[in-house]
Design a protein around this ligand. Structure first.
Ligand code: ADP
Length: 277
């Protein structure tokens, strides 16, 4: 199955530390089709990051199975199916903007492509730099950039390999409100293929990537996603699975529409229900 579908069946996770047991994730069933943008929201500590790490193959479930494009998360990770955007940009401090964005491509050169991994559609580093608005900063080091600019680099890096699945763990949480809004629309434009600067020539056929996006923000979830999963307090289980049918491309003005407000109200109600309030 050469797609970005993510399927979880009966997945549970328990952490054991110093004789203490934390049930992080209740048995969870989930089916995310290829190309869907899914936002995951829930109270702190309900297992959102755990869910992401299970899908990324960074954790093993205690029960159940996870598959990504029909393979194990570990297999998918080794075959570079994931672009990962963590909470903090985690850039290599000694590499320039260009060097950080191009790093995975350099490591991969002649590797994945030679093995015929057609799921990777690499994007030119220079194109990405232009898309995320970092022209003129190509040779800057991370410490010379603002937090927002660093997160732009992290976003570009996640897109560089053209991996079909993007896993994002509150990537904009540490940014100020204006930068955060800018980054949301930037993400959407890169995701749906509109984010190509004119200089990059005609757009290639675009295959939307599957996105699993963890957030604390109700507005962010509704603005970005095709579907919002609301998790309960720990151990996380899905209390609501809400389709967001707002037209795309999404624009800032939509946030004032009745439909938008209706969706945010539904997410808020489900969050309250999941928190037992
Ligand atoms: P969220 O992302 O929703 O805030 P997490 O997935 O990070 O929640 O964590 C879920 C629960 O599991 C929390 O109670 C957290 O303290 C616990 N937890 C997460 N990782 C570990 C770990 N490596 N060892 C022990 N407990 C952990």
């Amino acid at each position: 199955m050469a797609d970005g579908a993510i399927v979880l069946r009966g997945v549970a996770k328990v952490f054991r530390r110093r004789g203490e047991q934390t049930n992080a994730l209740a048995p969870l069933d989930l089916n995310i089709p290829e190309g869907q943008f899914v936002a995951v929201i829930g109270p702190s500590g309900c297992g959102k990051s755990t869910l992401l790490r299970l899908v990324a193959g960074l954790l093993e479930p205690d029960a159940g199975t996870v598959s990504v494009a029909g393979q194990s998360p570990l297999g998918a990770r080794q075959a570079k199916w994931f672009g990962l955007v963590p909470q903090t940009p985690a850039l290599l401090p000694w590499r320039t903007v260009r060097g950080n964005i191009g790093l995975l491509g350099e490591l991969n050169r002649g590797g994945a492509r030679a093995r015929g991994d057609s799921h990777l559609v690499p994007v030119e580093v220079e194109t990405l730099i232009a898309t995320v608005g970092l022209q003129g900063f190509e040779s800057a080091l991370p410490h010379e950039l603002s937090g927002g600019m660093q997160q732009r680099v992290a976003l570009a890096r996640a897109f560089a390999l053209g991996a079909p699945v993007l896993l994002m763990d509150e990537p904009f949480a540490a940014l100020d409100e204006l930068t955060r809004e800018e980054m949301r629309f930037l993400l959407l434009s890169v995701w749906d293929g509109r984010g190509r600067p004119a200089a990059a020539g005609p757009a290639e056929p675009h295959r939307p990537r599957t996105v699993l996006f963890v957030t604390h923000s109700i507005e962010e979830a509704v603005l970005l996603a095709d579907r919002v999963l609301v998790l309960s307090a720990r151990p996380g289980r899905v209390v609501a699975d809400l389709p967001i049918d707002l037209p795309r491309p999404r624009v800032a003005a939509q946030a004032d529409s009745d439909e938008f407000v209706h969706h945010t109200r539904n997410v808020r109600a489900a969050l309250r229900q999941g928190a037992g309030r």
